[in-house]
Structure formats: structure tokens, C-alpha cells
Design a protein around this ligand. Structure first.
Ligand SMILES: [Fe+2]
Length: 271
């Protein structure tokens, strides 16, 4: 199998053209013509992943987060992007990298839909649109709950204790509607003010916590990765069915209670 064929399979599960326009998805490092020796699905690049890949003849990674880039401001004022150090090391080592990121957030059964299933959201609508009907956020109704109950539900469903709320959330007596967006949803907060009781996402900046207080929107900020892991697990299941493989999915458990990236013997191979 070559990388181009693997890319086709990934694209059949996660249509890459529905990602945000400025997102770095698809074949982000390497060549479609390369033969796939070994493959692993990883949440993101890390030095330990690069070392393992090099030592174990894994030449192809499917990543959720894109390889890091650095922005270069040219003399004429225009911007361009170059590989950050880790990305450059991966490229030099001959790795091929396929990245799915926001295409995986928005696709049918992807990261956002997985959160809908987890929280039992009904009458679901989409926000944070990318292309056409596709978008990274979901909102709708949940069975009536209190603020403290919802916080416990979030901890249990997303397998994390890293949960922070804004001040207004503490005052809410009854919650009937929520919005949820995997990863960092700060920039889409304005879209769902007045539409729901509570917005759940990762990485909410302080200014937006205050914005929620001002506009009477409850905010729950959770560990970033915890909002992306449920959908990624489903992606790996679907990929394994499509490839008839048993690939594992690797991420750093420091950011979630789960398997450890040190247990690197889970990586299996496509030959
Ligand atoms: Fe993310």
C-alpha cells in the first residue's frame, strides 16, 4: 500500500475538504508515492512518537492535530509558514503524515457527533460552520439537570477532572440546553450566546469566561484533549474496519486518564 491509497481510505471516512478553509489537513508531510511500511494513529506529534517511529520502521502517521508550523513575517508584510522544529525533524526522518483535524471534528460520526451521543443531546443543530451544512459545534436539548450534576456528568463522560467554569455557571439552577465544541471553541462563543444555557468546550480564555458572565451564558472549560478523544476512538475503529487492521491510537495520558504513551508496544503495522 502506498501513502496515496491510505490517504484515499482516510478521506472516504473523513472527507478532508469539509475542514476549515485555513486548516492544515490531508498529506501534511511526505509523499503520496511512498510505500507504507508501518502506520500508527496518534493524537499529535511528539518527540517520543518520532523516536518510536524511527526505531520501529513506522514511516506513516495519521495525526489528529496538524504538525506544528511557525509563522514567518516577510519583509513585504506578507505571512508564510515554515515547519516548526518537530515537524522539520519528522520530515527529515522520512515520515509521511496524514492529518485529519477539523475534518474529523465536523464529519458525520466525527468528534462533534460523538459528543452529541455522549451527552444525549436531542433536537441537535450545528454551529461553527465550515462548508455547507458541516460545522464543528453542536447544540440542542438535554434532560433537565442542575449545574452541579452537569459538572459531574462532564467529568465522567469526558474522563477528566480538568474542569473549570465561569462565575455565572454557579448561579444556574436548571439546565435544559447545551452547546458543545471539540477542542478550542472560544472563537465561536458569540454564535451560541442566547441560544443555550451552557457551552462546553476546551481552552476558553479568561476574557471569554467574563463574556459568559456578562451575557448570562454558563461556560464549562474542560481539558482540550478530552473533548477530542471520544470521536478519535471511533475514527480508529472505522479505519481498522476499512483496512482490516488493528491499529492503536496513541496520546499522552498526562492530559487524560487513560493509556500511557510509554506503552508503545500497541502500535501495529500495515504491511
Ligand atoms: Fe485540538
Amino acid at each position: 500500500m502506498n501513502v496515496g491509497k491510505l490517504l484515499e481510505t482516510v478521506n472516504s471516512l473523513v472527507p478532508l475538504n469539509y475542514a476549515f478553509e485555513d486548516d492544515f489537513v490531508g498529506l501534511t508531510v511526505g509523499s503520496e508515492d511512498s510505500k507504507v511500511n508501518g502506520v500508527a494513529v496518534v493524537h499529535e506529534l511528539e518527540n517520543s512518537i518520532l523516536d518510536y517511529s524511527t526505531n520501529n520502521n513506522i514511516n506513516t502517521l495519521i495525526t489528529y492535530h496538524p504538525p506544528p508550523l511557525k509563522k514567518i513575517l516577510k519583509d513585504d508584510g506578507t505571512e508564510t509558514f515554515e515547519d516548526d522544529l518537530l515537524t522539520a525533524k519528522c520530515r527529515e526522518s522520512g515520515l509521511n503524515i496524514i492529518t485529519i483535524h477539523t475534518a474529523q471534528d465536523v464529519c458525520n460520526g466525527g468528534n462533534a457527533d460523538s459528543l452529541v451521543d455522549l451527552f444525549g443531546i436531542t433536537d441537535t443543530k450545528v454551529f461553527a460552520h465550515t462548508v455547507g451544512k458541516f460545522g464543528a459545534g453542536r447544540y440542542g436539548n438535554i434532560p433537565k439537570t442542575s449545574n452541579s450534576e452537569l459538572k459531574e456528568i462532564v467529568e465522567s463522560k469526558l474522563n477528566t477532572k480538568i474542569v473549570r467554569t465561569n462565575e455565572y455557571f454557579q448561579e444556574i439552577k436548571e439546565i435544559n440546553t447545551i452547546a458543545i465544541l471539540p477542542g478550542s471553541g472560544t472563537q465561536f462563543l458569540e454564535e451560541i450566546i442566547s441560544k443555550v444555557d451552557v457551552f462546553i468546550t476546551g481552552d476558553i480564555s479568561h476574557r471569554y469566561l467574563l463574556k459568559g458572565d456578562e451575557t448570562h451564558l454558563g461556560l464549562i472549560q474542560v481539558n482540550h484533549l478530552s473533548t477530542e478523544i471520544p470521536g478519535m476512538k471511533k475514527f480508529v475503529e472505522n479505519l481498522n474496519k476499512a483496512l482490516n487492521q488493528e491499529l492503536e491510537y496513541l496520546y499522552k495520558d498526562f492530559y487524560e486518564w487513560a493509556i500511557s504513551i510509554k506503552q508503545l508496544n500497541w502500535i501495529t503495522r500495515i504491511r
